[in-house]
Design a protein around this ligand. Structure first.
Ligand code: AMP
Ligand code: MN
Ligand code: MN
Ligand code: MN
Length: 304
């Protein structure tokens, strides 16, 4: 018979990896379109009870070193992350990468190229807004961008709220920043196979972000999932800030049907704007699902 000390869990691993931990594997800092610095976000995640954290800035790994150091200082297990903008079937799809080597030259270069068109797109957005009587939006948005390489629609939205054009960010998106509206400029992002390939080649796991948000037909969604899997993608977000209870049930079934690993993340951007705070999702993954963290144990940066 084993002595109790032989069967006790090691200080780090097993208890942090069961399916119902408070994992938050999707959020944004000032390195993309969040309003908190990576250090402030790490502290907030810890204070809110997060047990496994990933910072997933849009198209950017410039915050990874800072997030990792801050997570370590806060005693928070950490996975590297990024949320890559992809064009699929004429729509924007987001692919979250987790647990990759953030120094891998293929993902670093791929993300640099993906960010590349944002400056010119922002100037075109600004021209469109000027035509409807809103001048200076490029300069205005840039003031909100913590990272000038990552100027996004969110920064334009914050500028339009500050300048009194709209009362909140969702109103700006509805009136100005979505397809057919004056500040909307279509853009070609990364190809699905490239984004998944960069993540997988860098040792990470690729996850379809917030599938409930795309408005795909069942046929389009089937194409997305099967192509994603064919390229080496393995995960799907089931519990996320923008999913309704019905979405979570639907994508639990989808994960089981396609044998995908399930992920969980708030998609937190800002204390003032986000519906769900980091670490404050009120649903856990169903016990029927296999969580992404079960396949990423070797990629977790454990605190001392
Ligand atoms: P971009 O990558 O520049 O196209 O900006 C996309 C970002 O805009 C997303 O990551 C969200 O943070 C934000 N966003 C998109 N749609 C909405 C919306 N309807 N309301 C508020 N924020 C939105
Ligand atoms: Mn965003
Ligand atoms: Mn997204
Ligand atoms: Mn996001």
């Amino acid at each position: 018979m084993n002595a109790p000390s032989d069967t006790a869990p090691s200080p780090a691993a097993p208890s942090t990896l069961h399916p119902q931990i408070n994992a938050d594997l999707h959020c944004h800092s000032t390195v993309s379109d969040g309003t908190l610095a990576p250090e402030a976000l790490a502290a907030r995640a810890k204070a809110n009870g997060v047990e496994l954290w990933a910072l997933t800035d849009h198209d950017e790994v410039g915050g990874q070193q800072r997030a990792m150091a801050a997570a370590k200082a806060a005693g928070l297990p950490y996975l590297t992350g990024a949320e890559i903008s992809v064009t699929f079937a004429g729509k924007v799809v987001h692919i979250v990468g987790l647990g990759f080597d953030h120094d891998d030259p293929r993902i670093v270069e791929g993300l640099r190229a993906t960010r590349g068109g944002r400056g010119a797109r922002a100037k075109e957005m600004s021209d469109g807004l000027a035509q409807v009587g809103i001048p200076g939006a490029y300069e205005g948005a840039l003031k909100f961008a913590g990272n000038p390489e990552l100027i996004s629609r969110t920064h334009f939205a914050r500028f339009l709220v500050e300048s009194g054009q709209c009362s909140d960010v969702p109103e700006v998106f509805r009136r100005f920043l979505t397809e057919g509206k004056p500040g909307y400029v279509p853009h070609r992002w990364a190809a699905l196979g490239d984004a998944v390939g960069w993540i997988v080649d860098a040792g990470g796991l690729a996850v379809i972000a917030h599938p409930g948000r795309y408005g795909f037909t069942p046929t389009e969604e089937y194409a997305l999932i099967t192509e994603f899997i064919a390229h080496g993608g393995r995960g799907i977000e089931v519990v996320t800030g923008s999913h309704t209870a019905a979405d979570m049930i639907q994508y639990t079934d989808t994960a089981l049907e396609f044998d995908l690993l399930a992920s969980r993340g708030s998609d937190f951007h800002s204390p003032e704007e986000s519906r769900v705070d980091v670490g404050k999702l009120d649903q856990h993954l169903s016990g029927r699902l296999k969580p992404v963290w079960g396949a990423l144990e070797h990629r977790i940066h454990w605190p001392d």
